[in-house]
Design a protein around this ligand. Structure first.
Ligand SMILES: [Zn+2]
Length: 105
């Protein structure tokens, strides 16, 4: 394998040195999640959904096409996350709240 330019930030490495480290780390977290398993809203099976376009997802099992989040098939508002995912979301939200308060004052 040749030298990797994207060792640190993974898939977000395609953005090069732009946008800052923090945002690229966030993108990496999102993209890793994007590749994971998600529950199909139609057949309820846990599958690797196919992203047809921005916010358009398709279930490979039943062929059901639906609109979801731009980055992940199910949006936070959808409330169909697993308890573990929900916990992560809460942690992340608290972190964002803390960060915005710091910069606001
Ligand atoms: Zn399905």
């Amino acid at each position: 394998m040749p030298y990797s330019h994207t060792k640190v930030v993974g898939p977000a490495g395609r953005y090069g040195a732009r946008y800052g480290m923090g945002i690229r780390r966030k993108i990496t977290a999102i993209e890793v999640k994007q590749r994971g398993l998600h529950r199909c809203p139609n057949c309820r099976s846990l599958v690797r959904l196919r992203r047809l376009a921005f916010g358009i997802w398709q279930c490979p099992k039943c062929g059901f096409t639906f609109a979801g989040g731009a980055w992940i098939p199910q949006t936070i508002l959808g409330r169909t996350l697993t308890p573990e995912e929900l916990k992560q979301v809460e942690i992340q939200k608290a972190r964002w709240r803390g960060a915005s308060q710091e910069s606001g004052s």
